[in-house]
Ligand binder design. Structure first.
Ligand code: HEM
Length: 611
């Protein structure tokens, strides 16, 4: 083999065999230049104003140009590496990623201090290359800077979500409506093993649709498959082009150009469907001046801008109040879109609403679907947990109801006599479901025939179901489907746990790290719902350490919906079915797959109806 020292001519450089190496050389040179020029010197760790000097956080090993990248696993699984690095580097550390200085918050304490205590300092989002193409005017809220427009739209929309969640209970009604279809779809497999992902995806998509449009899609509606396919296309392609965020010029290269175009096409298809839905949802909407004013004042009060830590556990209403007004009369169906446009008025910003709705689909379907998939896997692998949940549900839904009804009936009959035999009735009615396996699922006690299927768990039961609540919290802790927060950006020089964080720095909360911190959780790698119960197993403890939805001003917008949806799905699943691994398997064996969320790799499951 010989080497020529002669300078190659331009034509030979551009010849078909050498062009790729020439391009590679140029790109490498451009990259190196770009990265070196981008890596800025860190400012002195002094906070202007108070003059206090802080330390820079410890930094992961770094090499020129690529920063800490060569030491880290590939992008999606970095959260595990960060969790491991806590032992060596502590709760707050930094690293360089392609020339950019970034900070990781690795414990609940650090996340709380930054995102709640110094919430405004850490509330911005980065301007990413991909977002600049897909959403050049930065509409919606997900990637909006923390500015007055963000505050306005966030407050308006969160007000509607709170009203739907706790006020008129539209949310619970829509979720329970979807539960009917979800349960029937699962039952249709009649105990045979199946892959639950498509059924779970349809359910979580339809719940978001139920809230946004006031209506679910029929399972065979092509619009439903289209929207699921378009969301998937967006996710698949966003994954492929994330390097465009670091190097915007890459978007001109064919591979990235094609992937970006697919994202744009998918987005346009979603927008087209949403525009049609806006028309349907606003039929007959009138904008009387006083009405708009009155309604928006109420909504602003409910939104309570200063209270970002949503009090999910606020009072629930009783079962009889469940039907929202719109299902009882001729009024149009309540929907997020209708309420939003009613409050914003006829000149509402349509582009803002379209982007926001698309974000709700992106952020609100995969997350809840992945949580449900993990729920099926974990329950199938822990039959003891299922049985404890079922026993608790049976006690609360059947026996205690039965006691109440019996005592009311007796006190009517005996006109005021004290009833002593209520506990006898309760023990008489303690039924073994497997013994009474009739088609109508009627369970007979001495005094009464109980139709188990007609009793369903609702949100108001949560306070009487500590074990179910413990399982709910343990699934969120054990498998945080969003293991890291979205990127936050500091709006000014700030500090956390004594470490300096300069203005404009990208900061991530490692939620997985917080949930697997051995200083907070004993045996964090063990699935153990009992860790959330006090010594008498009757009260929930430690749930303040759960940060699945993040904290502070940029915490999950859909937390109210996600919590209600997850609690109702979990309890309704266990109430209706026994969940098993496929025949001949002791466990459902899955790996973590990091897509946009952490979900289980493809798996099969068997569900047997309890009654
Ligand atoms: C189990 C279900 C869910 C989990 C675990 C989850 C988790 C998260 C997390 C960790 C963040 C990032 C917070 C941060 O950057 O600090 C987030 C943001 C967000 N989530 Fe969720 N989420 C869930 C369901 C939902 C649902 C159902 C919706 C809406 C329908 C939703 C809408 C959003 C939006 C719009 C944001 C961006 C908030 C902002 O930038 O201010 N999420 N979520």
């Amino acid at each position: 083999m010989t080497f020529s020292l002669a300078t190659p001519s331009l034509s030979s450089l551009l010849s078909s065999t050498t062009t790729p190496s020439f391009i590679l050389l140029t790109v490498t040179f451009a990259l190196s230049y770009f990265l070196l020029s981008k890596r800025r010197k860190l400012p002195a760790p002094i906070i202007a104003g108070d003059g206090t000097t802080y330390r820079h956080p410890p930094c992961l090993p770094t090499v020129p140009i690529f920063g800490s990248m060569p030491f880290m696993p590939a992008f999606p699984t970095q959260y595990k590496y960060f969790t491991k690095m806590r032992e060596q580097y502590g709760d707050v550390f930094a690293y360089y990623m392609m020339g950019k200085y970034q900070v990781i918050l690795n414990s609940k304490e650090a996340i709380h201090e930054a995102f709640v205590k110094r919430s405004t300092d850490f509330a911005d989002r980065p301007r990413a290359g991909v977002t600049n193409v897909l959403n050049p005017r930065h509409k919606g809220i997900l990637f909006r800077n923390y500015d007055d427009n963000f505050k306005k739209y966030h407050k308006l929309s969160l007000g509607i979500m709170k009203q739907f969640g706790f006020g008129n209970r539209v949310m619970e009604t829509r979720i329970m409506e979807e539960m009917k279809y979800f349960m029937e779809n699962l039952a249709s497999f009649e105990g045979c093993e199946f892959n639950p992902t498509p059924v779970v995806t349809k359910c979580s998509m339809n719940i978001v649709c139920g809230i946004l449009f006031g209506k679910r899609f029929n399972d065979d509606d092509p619009d439903l498959s289209d929207i699921i396919a378009n969301i998937r296309t967006s996710f698949n392609n966003i994954g492929k082009i994330f390097m465009v965020n670091a190097f915007p010029f890459l978007r001109h290269f064919s591979f990235h150009k094609k992937a970006l175009q697919s994202c744009v096409d998918a987005q346009n298809k979603i927008f087209k469907m949403l525009e049609q839905k806006i028309v349907e949802c606003t039929v007959g909407l009138e904008f009387a001046e006083e009405h708009i004013h009155k309604e928006s004042t109420t909504s602003e009060q409910q939104a309570d801008e200063n209270n970002y830590d949503i009090k999910i556990e606020s009072t629930y209403y009783n079962h009889h109040q469940l039907q929202p007004k719109d299902d009882q009369g001729d009024q149009p169906t309540s929907s997020f879109i209708r309420s939003y446009i009613e409050l914003e008025g006829p000149n509402y910003d349509k582009e803002q609403l379209l982007h926001f709705m698309r974000e709700l689909f992106l952020a609100g379907t995969e997350t809840t679907a992945s949580t449900l998939e993990w729920t099926l896997v974990l329950l199938a692998n822990h039959p003891d947990v299922q049985e404890k949940m079922f026993k608790e549900l049976e006690r609360v839904l059947i026996e205690e109801q039965h006691q109440k009804e019996f005592s009311t009936q007796k006190s009517d009959e005996n006109s005021g006599q004290i009833i002593n035999d209520v506990s006898k009735l309760a023990s008489d009615s303690k039924l073994n479901c497997s013994k009474l396996n009739t088609n109508e699922s009627l369970h007979q006690s001495n005094e009464k025939v109980v139709n188990y299927k007609s009793y369903l768990p609702f949100l108001e039961d949560k306070k009487c179901l500590p074990y179910c609540d413990a399982v709910f919290n343990e699934i969120l802790r054990y498998k945080p489907v969003a293991p890291m927060t979205l990127p936050h950006v500091t709006m000014k020089d700030s500090h956390v746990m004594g470490f300096f964080v300069p203005k404009g720095c990208t900061v991530f909360g490692n939620l997985h790290g917080a949930h697997h911190d051995p200083r907070v959780w004993r045996d964090p790698e063990k699935f153990n719902p009992e860790r959330f119960l006090n010594e008498n197993n009757e009260m929930i403890v430690n749930k303040e350490h759960i940060v699945s939805f993040s904290l502070g001003k940029r915490s999950c917008f859909g937390e109210i919906l996600a919590r209600q949806e997850f609690f109702l799905s979990l309890t309704n699943l266990v109430w209706r079915f026994k969940i098993f691994p496929p025949e001949g398997q002791e466990k459902v064996n899955v790996d973590d797959v990091m897509d946009v969320t952490v979900k289980p790799s493809s798996f099969k499951i068997r569900l047997i109806e309890r009654f």
